[in-house]
Structures are given as structure tokens and as C-alpha cells.
Design a protein around this ligand. Structure first.
Ligand code: FEO
Length: 405
């Protein structure tokens, strides 16, 4: 896809990755894009680069507007590999360009490249760079989501280059939210926003809230948010900011996700009456089998719901491996404001449900106890117990959810 103008003289010059399905272990069923931006001004400025495999595509997009040798400034908002690993290719074309980066970014960059040959300028929050008609304002955003991260704001355009923040893993020929919601739907876009937040930004909600407040204090007006992945927000920038604030403030759906795996279908069989028990309390319930679902999707569904019912059979006295993997992934994401119960079948002495609760406590989330265990195969009586367990859990979820209203 060619370059696309997003403001007068400001172009998207990135690349679409239609094929990526494994993004450092995070499943990306919609693919993604690596967005970077070219500002045509007295000093031609490139904001971010792309993943190394896509360097030529981005360079061709730049060439469709200007010879890369004319680039004077390069802003590196973030040094993760998907945004920075073509900087050497770009610098070979404009070796005299100045690189603007945070101090932590500079240190990180020096671990990838010999930067002694480059003109690297360290910036911090509040520093500005006049490029002609426009002035760039740098805003450090440490741990959103790496220590080096920053955003770059163009006051004259009310435009925020938000790097990973507000991104989504979507490959599409639509560059803008109004285009995407016409070709696809707003709900599809919102789902991708939640998916990205859940899998990348969940641990940093408190930092995010503070940073949005800081940006408001700077008196920054935003009419366009241009992230480094996915769709650019020019019609609904407020929507994505509010969605982030809601998630950072602990909002979720009043719903339950039953996330489970199974050996011989006994734990699976428990999910059906349990789901009915939840549903009969008037709240929505999704049932997700881990081995049939990308882990990132299971995490998104967990995050969307206030309550988790985790189903695990006992294998050799401990949790089933796919369930343990899911909880380990979740532990790194440090979830908050959720409540969980556990259930499962066992054949010998049990142990998986007990271990699941130990894990919930490590996660620091609320628990609904005790769990529900079934020996070998659920009987008719066990089906009724599973229904009652689902109903009782749903009542607890409704009560817990009310704290966040
Ligand atoms: Fe899209 Fe943190 O890299």
C-alpha cells in the first residue's frame, strides 16, 4: 500500500503485515501494521521506523514523497524491535539526520547498533523541536509500555503520535477509524482495542491514568491519534482515550468467562450446567476452551468479564498444563478488579483446583471459595451442583461488580 496523507503534508509511510499470527507469542489473528510517519516541513522529519522485514516497503513509501537523503530528523518513540530494527537502513540513506530519543531509548539503541557514528539527541518531557511551520513536543511515557517509551505531539495539527499506546493489531487497507468502521464495524475496532490493551497494557493501568492526567495538564488538544499499530483515530480520538481510562479505572462487562481445558471431557461437561446457572442470574457468560482458543483471545475475554470461572482437570496432582500456562501468562499481566472461582474433575487424589486458588492469590484477585470438584465423571447430581455453583458465583459477581459503578 502506498503512502497516505493524514494531515496536509503529513503522511503515513508504514507497512501492513497481513500474515503475522504470532507476535512474540501474542496471537494476532487480524495481522497488524507498523505505522511510521513523514512530516514534510522546512526540516523533513520521520517519526518512527518499521520492523526490519518491512524496511523496503516503508522506504518506497518515503520515496514516493521525497528522497530519503533529505530527511533531517528522525524521532524514535520506542525501541522495541517492531519499530526500530530498520533504523540502520534509514540512517544509511540519510546519515546526517539527527535522531531524537529518550535517554533510556539511547541506551537501548546502543545495544543494537554502534550509535557513535550517528547524531543522537536525547530528549525529555517538555522538550520541543521546531521543524519549520510545526513544532514537535516530546512526552516521555515510561512503562507505556517500555522504559524508553515516549509520544510526540504536533501542536499546530493537534496530532499525537502515540507509539504503541492506543494501537491495535489490525491489518487493513483502511488507515483511519472512519474508513475502518464503514468497511468493518465500530465493535470490531473496539474489540481490537481491548485485545491490545489486555495483552500489552493491562499491567500499566495506574501509570496510564496518571500520564493521561499529565497530558491534560499540559493543555494538549488532540483531534488525531496516530499510533504505531493499526488504525489512526481522526473521527473518534475521544472514544479510544475514554476506553483506555475506563479499563484503567477497572471497568468491565458484568459478565462471566468460563475458561477451561479438559482431558476426557468431564471438566468440559461441568461447564454446560455452570454456564446455565450463570445465565439464569441474568448475566452474560462465555465458555472458552484453552486448547481451542488463542491464548491472547482467552486473556481478552477474561479481561472483558468481571468474573472468571477456571476449569482444570487434575493431571498428576497438579493443574492441567494449558491452564497453568494461561495463569502464568496472566500473572505477568497483573490483573486487577476481577473475581475468580475454580472447578474441575479428578480421578486420584485431586490437587488442581487447590493449586488454581493458590495461583489466584498470587495474582491478587478476589476469590470465590470453595471450588467445585468432581470425581471422574459428573453424575446427574453433579450437574445440579455445577448449575448451583454457576448461579452462586454469578450472584457474587453482581455484588462485586456494583463496587465499580
Ligand atoms: Fe509495537 Fe512495544 O512495540
Amino acid at each position: 500500500m502506498k503512502s497516505v496523507e493524514l494531515k496536509n503534508g503529513i503522511y503515513w509511510v508504514g507497512a501492513i503485515d497481513w500474515a503475522v499470527r504470532d507476535f512474540h507469542g501474542y496471537e494476532t489473528p487480524r495481522g497488524t501494521t507498523y505505522n511510521n510517519y513523514l512530516l514534510m516541513d522546512d526540516e523533513i522529519t520521520l517519526v518512527d521506523t518499521v520492523k526490519h522485514d518491512f524496511a523496503e516497503i516503508s522506504i518506497q513509501n518515503i520515496r514516493s514523497i521525497v528522497e530519503p537523503a533529505k530527511i533531517k530528523n528522525i524521532v524514535i518513540n520506542h525501541i522495541e524491535n517492531d519499530h526500530m530494527t530498520s533504523i540502520d537502513r534509514i540512517m544509511a540513506l540519510c546519515p546526517d539526520a539527527a535522531i531524537y530519543i529518550t535517554e533510556k531509548g539511547r541506551k537501548g539503541l546502543s545495544r543494537f547498533y554502534d550509535i557513535s557514528r550517528w547524531n543522537v539527541k536525547v530528549v525529555k518531557t517538555g522538550d520541543t523541536l521546531s521543524i519549520g511551520k510545526r513544532t514537535l513536543l516530546f512526552i516521555e511515557t515510561p512503562m507505556l509500555h517500555w522504559p524508553d517509551s515516549m509520544m510526540t505531539y504536533v501542536k499546530e495539527e493537534k496530532l499525537l503520535f502515540s507509539q504503541d499506546g492506543f494501537g491495535q493489531h489490525i491489518a487493513s487497507t483502511s488507515r483511519f477509524d472512519d474508513e475502518y468502521t464503514t468497511c468493518q464495524s465500530l465493535s470490531e475496532l473496539e474489540d481490537a482495542i481491548v485485545d491490545y490493551y489486555a495483552n500489552i497494557l493491562m499491567p500499566f493501568g495506574h501509570i496510564l491514568k496518571n500520564k493521561i492526567a499529565d497530558i491534560e495538564k499540559l493543555g494538549i488538544e488532540i483531534d488525531t491519534i496516530a499510533p504505531d499499530h493499526g488504525i489512526i483515530f481522526r473521527a473518534h480520538p475521544g472514544m479510544v482515550i475514554n476506553k483506555y481510562l475506563d479499563m484503567a479505572n477497572g471497568k468491565s462487562d458484568l459478565s462471566v468467562a468460563i475458561i477451561y481445558d479438559t482431558m476426557w471431557h468431564s471438566t468440559e461437561r461441568m461447564t454446560i450446567p455452570m454456564m446455565k446457572g450463570v445465565r439464569d442470574q441474568g448475566i452474560d457468560c462465555k465458555v472458552i476452551k484453552l486448547r481451542a482458543t488463542p491464548q491472547s483471545v482467552a486473556v481478552k475475554e477474561f479481561w472483558k468479564s468481571r468474573g472468571l470461572l477456571l476449569g482444570t482437570p487434575t493431571l498428576n496432582n497438579i493443574m492441567y498444563p494449558s491452564v497453568a500456562t494461561f495463569l502464568t501468562y496472566l500473572r505477568g499481566l497483573r490483573p486487577k478488579n476481577r473475581i475468580a472461582g475454580a472447578f474441575g474433575s479428578y480421578g486420584w487424589g485431586g490437587g488442581a483446583v487447590k493449586e488454581a486458588y493458590e495461583f489466584f492469590k498470587k495474582l491478587g484477585i478476589e476469590t470465590f471459595e470453595p471450588g467445585l470438584e468432581v470425581l471422574y465423571r459428573p453424575s446427574r447430581e453433579d450437574d445440579l451442583k455445577a448449575y448451583d455453583y454457576g448461579a452462586a458465583f454469578a450472584k457474587k459477581v453482581i455484588e462485586y461488580h456494583s463496587k465499580f459503578q
